[in-house]
Design a protein. Structure first.
Length: 360
């Protein structure tokens, strides 16, 4: 608007061979063909406040992968929560869209599908403000905002945003819990403050402001907060420790791996993978590098990245066309946590095999 005694040599060679094979597979993935990846989300530019007749300008965002890449765009009409979107007819592959009467009481998103010879990927913009239901009704000139930390025990404070329309305008706040940027629902809280609870961990919080005057009521949405964490840093051992503090005998542990969606039902939708790393003393570890590769290689392989202050790293991986979507089937991944600069078979590294189900 990321030396063994001689009697153990045979086993060591087996492990080394497996590791080399995995590294080769991972390296090969970096050179393989893949469906387009969205590196900067699409966006909509327009002059506030939005109203019937406003011209929306869509930007397809930025994409990377094997070229050439072709693009198919649509404009979609969504509800006041920016969900339940439906394609608007007769505006495919149009860079601009003029708001019409049917858009009143709705938000608008710009969808982009990028395709190459290896597949296709769809991404969308943030939603516009809600189109007012008539002249004089409240019209948003700046969205509501949330101030505060998304941490259990902290208090979030919402602003009303800025509005025009017939005065006076009254405001009502409804807090929402989100599992993703496009899946939010009212959580029952009201008022302009919200106390973050333990049930919010792993979710994002958003506020919906209802601006009301004599001519109508118009909702406004804030951006969601960061993912909520516990006050102790989340997870089983209290606040996190830096990976540099681990000493001989310590080990990194891949404590949990969460896939979304799960099961996977399409090769066109990226899979979000949330990985949490602890040490063998059950302390969350920050700054540990994490790699993930499918075995066999059937998805893109992200560049290894370090865990955050909560011991977490989140990747978005793209299934390849040969990713098998079949009910009762699963795809296996090898996840490894390590300290940057240490040898592959030494140091504090730890690994784990995990899998995600598919459904055809």
């Amino acid at each position: 608007m990321v030396r063994m005694p001689r009697y153990a040599l045979s086993g060591a060679l087996v492990v080394l061979g497996a590791t080399i094979a995995l590294l080769v597979a991972s390296g090969a993935t970096g050179r393989s063909q893949a469906a387009p990846t969205n590196t900067k989300e699409p966006s909509i530019l327009y002059v506030y406040p939005i109203k019937i007749g406003t011209v929306l300008n869509g930007n397809k965002g930025e994409w990377s992968s094997t070229t050439p890449i072709s693009y198919y765009t649509t404009w979609q009409r969504c509800d006041t929560n920016a969900q339940a979107c439906q394609k608007i007819a007769n505006v495919e592959n149009k860079a601009t869209y003029t708001v019409v009467g049917a858009d009143a009481g709705h938000t608008i998103r710009f969808y982009v599908t990028a395709s190459n010879k290896d597949g296709k990927t769809t991404a969308h913009s943030n939603a516009t403000s809600v189109v007012p239901n008539g002249p004089g009704a409240p019209a948003e000139t700046a969205p509501p905002k949330i101030k505060g930390e998304a941490v259990v025990g902290k208090t979030l404070t919402a602003t009303t945003g800025s509005w025009t329309g017939t005065q006076p305008i009254s405001y009502t706040f409804k807090w929402q819990s989100c599992t993703s940027s496009t899946s939010c629902a009212n959580n029952g809280a009201s008022g302009n403050t919200y106390d973050v609870a333990s049930a919010d961990v792993g979710k994002r919080i958003r506020v919906k402001v209802l601006a009301k005057n004599a001519d109508g009521e118009t909702p406004g949405l804030s951006d969601p907060t960061a993912t909520v964490t516990s006050s102790g840093g989340g997870g089983g051992g209290g606040s996190s420790v830096p990976v540099s503090s681990l000493v001989a005998g310590d080990r990194l542990v891949v404590e949990s791996v969460q896939f979304n969606p799960n099961p996977v039902t399409s090769t066109s939708t990226p899979i979000q993978v949330k990985i949490r790393i602890t040490d063998n003393k059950n302390k969350l570890v920050r700054g540990a590098f994490v790699s993930i590769v499918s075995t066999p290689v059937r998805t893109s392989t992200p560049t290894a990245a370090p865990t955050d202050s909560n011991g977490i790293v989140i990747y978005s991986i793209q299934p390849r066309p040969d990713f098998l979507i079949k009910t009762g089937f699963s795809t296996q991944f090898y996840v490894k946590a390590y300290r940057e600069g240490e040898p592959t078979l030494a140091g504090v590294s730890g690994g784990r095999l995990v899998q995600v189900a598919t459904q055809g």
